[in-house]
Design a protein around this ligand. Sequence first.
Ligand SMILES: Cc1cc2nc3c(=O)[nH]c(=O)nc-3n(C[C@H](O)[C@H](O)[C@H](O)COP(=O)(O)OP(=O)(O)OC[C@H]3O[C@@H](n4cnc5c(N)ncnc54)[C@H](O)[C@@H]3O)c2cc1C
Length: 289
Amino acid sequence: MHEYVIIGGGIVGLATAMAVGNKHPKASILVLEKEQDLAQHQTGRNSGVIHSGIYYKPGSLKARFAREGNRSIVEFCREHGIKHEVCGKVIVAIKASELPLLDSLFQRGLDHRLAVARLAPEQVQEIEPHVRCLAGIKVPLTGIVNYREVSAKYVELIKSHGGTVQTGTRVNRLHEVNGIQVIETPHGEFEAGFIINCAGLFSDRVARFSGLDPGAKIVPFRGEYYELVPEKRYLVRTLVYPVPNPDFPFLGIHFTRMIDDSVHAGPNAVLAFKREGYCRTDISCADLF
Ligand SMILES: Cc1cc2nc3c(=O)[nH]c(=O)nc-3n(C[C@H](O)[C@H](O)[C@H](O)COP(=O)(O)OP(=O)(O)OC[C@H]3O[C@@H](n4cnc5c(N)ncnc54)[C@H](O)[C@@H]3O)c2cc1C
């Protein structure tokens, strides 16, 4: 029997396992991941940006966690020699109608004490010579990293503290017997004192396995990216973001210089017909309803 079983081997599950291990060094910890490898979904397919938290409402948990996360991940990368760069980003307005929104983002950055700077177009061009805009904001604390590498280091640390990470093991059901949590998988049952659900795009279903109603259902959206051909990478030095459209919960399509020096443009947000479906033709009937 394990004291803690964590379902999901993405960055949230692995960071949770590491944090529980740090807090309870003697506890037995098991991470169960359905794929053959870790960080195969959101964690390994994102923009690789270390966000500053500028977009979030001051005083909100998201704002607090983003600030603390920004500081702690940079510290973690420095301590463990993980390649990263605090290169900063610019948010640029290209239409007059975006200027009031840019101003309120700037004010938000000041409220968060993010050392943001309001930039005239020429100042934006000193940072990003190929950007044409009406005005911009520099957010110096934004950075880049490969979250697969961060995840791999988490796994190393979890194992070095005696924890177990088991891949290729999908959790199919959960039930309780005499106060002990029983986890059903194709490789047999596991018993746990506590289960921590970090199943990403399946976390609502995993919650339902144990009879809970999470009060929410995940509706999958797929983010698609283009990649600049190597000869055009010089067009983007750091990260260039638009002013987000307040009607949508997305940051807008941005240019991101990745930590491997490639430059991505994206993501958009397309309603997907399958959770963890990465091709336009991926469809799952179970995910449609
Ligand atoms: C397009 C896009 C771009 C993004 N860009 C950024 C960015 O630049 N910076 C940033 O900080 N955030 C970004 N994010 C958000 C970030 O990627 C996610 O918040 C984060 O990766 C979530 O991690 P997770 O561990 O919760 O989920 P996941 O990485 O999806 O991990 C969940 C894991 O649970 C496993 N699992 C699911 N069901 C089961 C089961 N029944 N049994 C066992 N295992 C199971 C899955 O296989 C998966 O490995 C982006 C997200 C998207 C979609």
